[in-house]
Design a binder for this molecule. Structure first.
Ligand code: BES
Ligand code: ZN
Ligand code: ZN
Length: 477
């Protein structure tokens, strides 16, 4: 497979310095700050109708200053403006730019992260890459913000790794490729990696996972990465849906809905990105990353609607729709994950189109049985700059999963509330003692971006990486 080395190296080098000469200087201004800038600048702005609207940009040739408008100086606005800045100056014929930092740590971090995340674009398959001359962006400040820069670099590298893998076309990223990426990641960062093949899945009785994978010529793999520090008092287990392609199976998707289904591995790729970040940040917690890597295809050997599967947990499932495959793979992976005796168990998945209908394409859904845990995660997500919202379980929706022939059906009998019924389906595989330790995050909305927004370029966003890393770091202390 072609995995660009860019994922490892951020293109633009960001540095924190006292001062330095550079080709241009960037000023972030709101309408109030604009009034306080030197007269000559204001005159040029007036001439060109620049009024510092959010994201509005003007370049003053004489003084080599780039003015960028901002709504207000909140971290969310600053992060977004960071991405807008880098996208704009990459088009200019310059090598370096400088920008005055903020006195506040969080604001500086937001600016750095916005710049680094906004710099990514998927160009691995372009035969003539549009080149930029830009090499360095300097944040002017004393070096007391070096640790923010380090964290921003780690988060950006990890998010971009997830983005790069998700963007890789399905023929070049089959389950075995995901397993190889995980093995390389483990080697590079000295963490453990175990790969389970079909024989292993059979031995583990992961029959739902196997059924989904049956029709593909590309064998499934269970990936298990572990970061185990010398001292640790908590164990976190992450589980990612890694469907390298989802055709829908025999309940075939219409072609308009099938395109972008290379992104159905986003949950699994987020787990890989998170494991990279964790192995660089080295917190005092044990973190495991499990990815169910599989391809949902059609063919003479395909699993069928009406099949009944015995899952690893022993629960029987009637297949009513082969396009509800992610929950089948996850059911067996969650079962495996609970054997590790986690203190927290979090799954990430592009699970339902219904979640996109419910929350819009910018927001992920947070589900689970523990209100306090969901609240805690929602706060961690919000601080990280990702949009996530809780979706509530209830017993009436749960009833809709009843099956006449098996313990549970893989789809709801109603067309409404599909994100929640999918979450409730997963809940059937969470043992009582882990119910309060589990979170399900449906990232179907933001995982793949059709039109760029915030710090996200077109294509994969790396959804989930920032929130989960932030959540894990927030457990410290
Ligand atoms: N991978 C899809 C969910 C999805 C849809 C992700 C759109 C990203 C964007 C999932 O496997 C699926 O097909 N779900 C079905 C469930 C239905 C059959 C109950 C869906 O959402 O339509
Ligand atoms: Zn599907
Ligand atoms: Zn799917």
């Amino acid at each position: 497979m072609r995995l660009s080395s860019r994922k490892e190296n951020l293109m633009i080098k960001l540095d924190v310095l006292n001062d330095i000469g550079s080709d241009i200087e960037i000023l972030i201004v709101d309408s109030k700050a604009l009034k306080k800038t030197p007269k000559a600048l204001i005159n040029t702005c007036n001439l060109q109708n620049f009024c510092a609207k959010h994201g509005e940009v003007i370049f003053i040739q004489d003084s080599k200053k780039l003015l960028v408008g901002i709504d207000n100086f909140s971290v969310d606005c600053i992060r977004e403006i960071g991405a807008i800045i880098v996208k704009n100056i990459k088009k200019m014929n310059i090598i370096s730019a400088k920008i005055k930092g903020f006195s506040d740590r969080d604001k500086n971090y937001a600016l750095m992260l916005g710049i680094l995340l906004g710099d990514y674009s998927f160009s691995t398959y372009k035969t003539s890459e549009s080149k930029t001359s830009l090499r360095n962006i300097y944040i002017l400040d004393d070096s007391k913000f070096k640790s923010e820069l380090e964290l921003a670099n780690t988060i950006a590298i990890s998010t971009n790794l997830a983005r790069e893998i998700v963007n890789t076309p399905p023929e070049d990223c089959v389950p075995l490729d995901l397993a190889n990426i995980a093995l390389n990641l483990a080697k590079e960062h000295s963490i453990k990696c175990k790969i389970g093949d079909i024989k292993f899945l059979k031995k583990e009785k992961m029959n739902a996972f196997l059924a989904v994978s049956k029709a593909s010529i590309n064998e499934p793999r269970l990936i298990h990465l572990s970061y185990i520090p010398k001292t640790s008092n908590k164990r976190i287990v992450l589980v990612g849906k890694g469907l390298t392609y989802d055709t829908g199976g025999l309940s075939l998707k219409p072609s308009d809905y099938m395109t972008t289904m290379k992104a159905d591995k986003s949950g699994g790729c987020a787990v890989l990105g998170i494991m990279k970040a964790i192995s660089m940040l080295k917190p005092n917690f044990e973190v495991h990353g499990i990815v169910g890597a599989s391809e949902n295809m059609i063919g003479g050997n395909a699993y069928k609607p009406d099949d009944i599967l015995y899952t690893r947990e022993g629960v029987s499932v009637e297949v009513k729709n082969t396009d509800a495959e992610g929950r089948l793979v996850l059911a067996d992976c969650l079962s495996y994950a609970q054997d590790l005796k986690p203190d927290y168990i979090i799954d990430l998945a592009t699970l339902t189109g219904a979640c996109v209908v419910a929350l819009g394409e910018y927001t992920s859904g947070i589900m689970g049985y523990n209100e306090e845990l969901k609240n805690k995660f929602e706060i961690a997500a919000s601080i990280s700059g990702e949009l996530m919202a809780k979706l509530p379980f209830n017993k009436h929706l749960e009833k809709l999963l009843e099956s006449k022939n098996a313990d549970v059906s893989n789809i709801s009998s109603s067309r409404y509330g599909g994100a929640i019924t999918a979450g409730l389906f997963l809940g059937k595989f969470i043992r009582d003692e882990y119910k309060d330790k589990w979170l399900h995050i449906d990232i179907a909305g933001p995982a793949f971006v059709e039109k760029e927004w915030d710090v996200n370029p077109y294509g994969a966003s790396g959804a989930g990486v920032r929130s989960v890393v932030n959540f894990i770091l927030s457990l410290e202390g």
